[in-house]
Design a protein around this ligand. Structure first.
Ligand SMILES: C[S@@+](CC[C@H](N)C(=O)[O-])C[C@H]1O[C@@H](n2cnc3c(N)ncnc32)[C@H](O)[C@@H]1O
Length: 365
């Protein structure tokens, strides 16, 4: 028996009964984003200790603080402009935005003054949650249903792995069909040209079309080239489930991001690679540039390196650091991709310990 939201299961079953097997991308779209019953769109998704899984953001405020320092460097690179936008997509409850804005306000007020925070959020229930979380920053934040032209930085953490994909390997595609009233995979040959991650490619097309000047920083877990087929991960209450047909609409479904294809598409759209490395090296680059970030903050980004740290440090911060950086925790699981347009800039702090991004990504040019 399939488990999950009965209304959603019925709706998917009816579609298959009427029209035959559906692509996995369509199935995943319903499971996560069906307007009423989807895991994300219904507001069911819960992240953190009491939820279904952890993310960098749920580890604690340090992640948002480190990224905010990186955004401040981008702002400097763009000439400290006063129409600088941080555009976030995949915002969940707004916790990352809160951590980043709070840090900027306290530690780099000049940057805080100049920035505008834009959240691209298609789901009303999530917009409401974000508005509650960001009440203290209501002057700074605006919500959008879709991307609009901007100068600044586009940020996402675990957005891309939640974009639906088709399951294709060795010339065959797995569709979702029915055996009695149970969902099963049905394989069919694929002919001609095909793309398994059209949603992710549409996303980078849209980001490239709207970014007028600045950077894209995307953090996710993935693979650099097409060495293995997409593997689907399904998680609920911190357990991996055996099948995407378990807990439909109640569980998170993700697949590894194929970075190489996204970068190739970005380049075709006029973006340049600014860096590609794992999270361990990325965050270490930021911390080593501004070690004082771990102790609090100084008045101004440019003065960060002269900040005198308080003695002792903070155990909470140590634990957060270990979780974010340790290779066996989140440090190697996640990669960070940086893309840029017309920034004319050398490497950002986060990419200073990264190796040659093109060879890491398996790109020839
Ligand atoms: C795995 S969660 C990541 C949440 C958060 N960034 C974190 O790290 O805790 C993925 C989020 O991406 C959102 N999402 C998916 N497609 C989106 C889109 N096209 N625009 C905006 N958000 C989207 C989902 O609603 C969900 O909140």
């Amino acid at each position: 028996m399939n488990t999950g939201n009965p209304d959603l299961i019925r709706l998917i079953r009816t579609e298959i009964e009427k029209h035959g097997p559906v692509s996995f991308a369509w199935f995943m779209q319903q499971a996560l984003y069906h307007p009423e019953h989807g895991y994300y769109s219904s507001g069911r998704c819960a992240i953190g200790r009491r939820g279904d899984y952890f993310t960098n953001v749920s580890v604690g405020p340090l992640f948002g603080q480190l990224l905010a320092a990186q955004f401040a460097e981008v702002w400097e690179r763009l000439g400290k402009i006063d129409n600088f936008e941080i555009v976030e997509q995949g915002t969940h409850d707004g916790q990352f935005a809160h951590d980043a804005l709070e840090w900027a306000q306290k530690c780099v007020p000049e940057f805080f003054e100049a920035l505008r925070y834009r959240i691209v959020e298609p789901f009303p229930i999530l917009q409401e949650r974000q508005q509650r979380m960001l009440e203290a920053f209501r002057e700074k934040v605006e919500w959008r249903d879709s991307l609009q032209p901007f100068v600044g930085v586009h940020f996402s953490n675990e957005l891309l792995d939640a974009i639906p994909v088709r399951l294709i390997s060795d010339g065959k595609e797995k569709f979702v069909g029915l055996d009695g009233d149970k969902f099963v995979f049905v394989e069919r040959p694929v002919h001609g040209e095909w793309t398994f991650n059209q949603g992710a490619l549409d996303w980078i097309d849209s980001v490239a079309a709207n970014l007028q000047r600045g950077y894209v920083i995307a953090i996710d877990y993935g693979r650099s080239s097409d060495e293995s087929q997409s593997n689907v991960q399904v998680r609920a209450q911190h357990r991996n489930l055996d099948s995407p047909f378990d807990q439909i609409g109640y569980a998170d479904t993700t697949t590894h991001v194929l970075w190489q294809s996204i970068v190739e598409r970005a380049q075709a759209n006029g973006l340049r690679i600014a860096g590609f490395t794992d999270q361990h090296h990325f965050l270490t680059g930021i911390i080593s540039t501004w070690p004082e970030l771990l102790q609090g903050c100084s008045e101004d980004l440019t003065a960060l390196s002269s900040h005198v740290p308080s003695a002792g440090g903070d155990l909470g911060i140590k634990r957060q650091l270990q979780t974010l950086l340790h290779p066996e925790m989140l440090g190697r699981a996640f990669q960070v991709l940086g893309l840029e347009k017309d920034s004319g800039a050398p490497r950002l702090a986060g990419f200073k310990f990264g190796r040659d991004p093109k060879s890491e990504l398996g790109l020839t040019q």
